[in-house]
Design a protein around this ligand. Structure first.
Ligand code: ADP
Ligand code: MG
Length: 387
């Protein structure tokens, strides 16, 4: 979808802002560009919509060299969201959002209809906010309008340059999770600039870590965190990258352990036998539909009756695909030595359990699966020391 080929930008004063940049972004992919101030992120974005021309190299959009495309035409295919939003102060929220449809010559009614739809999409009730002016909104709300406006003409590509940089951390986290949800349905091709590694990890399908004018590593979040390509990247992602990795590594079915399983209507004596056979202290209890009911402990299997009479409800469970961090948090919250994992998208079927040991294995998988030459011992040392 987007392809940079040996792109460099030298400003007239001799500053090399971007040096021999090559990368590709697939359709529907969200790539975060992260790096310290002045490393060339904004320059990269502005070359994409031809606000700045590269000194050398070329940029392709959908296979087409953008230097041959009329900039105005080009920008209709590229939504642009910046930190200072740039809303027109004398226009209402609705009219601000309808700016591009208006420029494209849509009928006024149709443009406003589309604008209302988009405000709704970004969590602003058009009935409440549509007629307000930008200075009657909070910073977070203004950013939402900025996103809505960029989406108005339904461009396939979005450029977002530190869009949430100016709002406080709580609002920023909310905007991030809303945007991620939005992106999971819209599937735009997005370049998202940030100087915040946490934001890059949270939002990016892949991350481009910028050093001075160059990309030091371009990879999935788990790979950047688990196997930084250079000393610089390791420094930049920080000492808590092990923790960060927890939030980008999903629970997979193959991570799970299979404890003994009994049914609600089984006699307790059967459960006792099952536990003895596998030398386990508890079993998972399922109902007739294979859905998770709870668990039964070995002590209770000395008693009479059916499993139903003695089983306890299970509170600590997660859907497969949830991040390991959530698994870890759930374990702590319920003071549980294990948690059940179910297939939420399917029919809620029980899949297995995650224990501290399997959690650790899964975390290790997130680094080594990445076919990178990281010595196993190195990875082990890191996980043991908790870095
Ligand atoms: P970032 O967005 O990562 O903070 P920029 O792309 O804005 O970085 O800037 C990259 C480098 O180019 C910086 O050293 C900056 O000072 C320089 N730069 C940006 N714009 C200009 C300009 N118009 N003229 C000269 N130097 C510039
Ligand atoms: Mg910038």
């Amino acid at each position: 979808m987007i392809r940079f080929e040996h792109v460099s930008k030298r400003y007239p004063d001799g500053t090399t802002a971007v040096d021999d940049l090559s990368f590709e972004v697939a359709e529907g992919e969200l790539v975060t560009l992260v790096g310290p101030s002045g490393c060339g992120k904004t320059t990269t974005m502005k070359m994409m919509n031809r606000l700045i021309e590269p000194t050398s190299g070329r940029i392709l959009l959908d296979g087409e060299d953008i230097s041959t495309v009329d900039p105005v035409q080009l920008r209709r295919r590229i939504g642009y969201v910046i930190q200072q939003v740039g809303l027109f102060p004398h226009k209402t929220v609705l009219d601000n959002t309808a700016t591009v449809p208006h420029l494209l010559g849509w009928k006024r009614g149709k443009g406003r209809e589309r604008a209302a739809e988009l405000l709704d999409l970004v969590g602003l009730d058009p009935g409440v906010y549509g007629d307000r002016y930008p200075d009657q909104l909070s910073g977070g709300q203004r950013q939402r309008v900025g996103v809505a406006r960029a989406l108005a003409a339904d461009p396939p590509v979005l450029l977002m340059d530190e869009p949430f940089g100016a709002v406080d951390p709580v609002v920023r986290e909310r905007l991030q999770s809303e945007f991620r949800k939005l992106q999971s349905t819209l599937r735009k091709t997005v370049l998202f600039v940030t100087h915040d590694m946490d934001e890059a990890v949270r939002l990016g399908d892949r991350i481009a870590v910028y050093g001075a004018g160059r990309i030091e590593q371009f990879d999935a979040p788990a790979a950047v965190l688990g196997a930084p390509a250079t000393e610089y990247v390791a420094d930049f992602v920080g000492a808590d990258r092990g923790l960060k990795r927890l939030s980008v590594t999903p629970i997979e079915e193959s991570d799970l352990e299979q404890p003994p399983v009994v049914r609600l209507d089984d006699p307790v004596a059967d459960a006792a036998r099952r536990l003895r056979a596998s030398d386990a202290r508890w079993a998972v209890v399922l109902d007739g539909e294979d859905n998770l009911h709870g668990w039964i402990s070995a002590e209770h299997t000395q008693l009479a009756g059916t499993v139903r009479d003695h089983a306890r409800r299970m509170e600590a469970w997660l859907p497969v695909g949830a991040p390991l961090k959530q698994a870890f948090a759930t374990m702590l919250q319920h003071d549980a030595g294990w948690i059940a994992v179910i297939d939420e998208r399917g029919d809620g079927r029980f899949l297995g359990v995650l224990t501290p040991a399997t959690l650790h294995e899964a975390l290790r998988r997130s680094t080594t699966a990445d076919a990178r030459d990281v010595a196993r011992s190195e990875v082990e040392l890191e996980t043991v020391s908790g870095r």
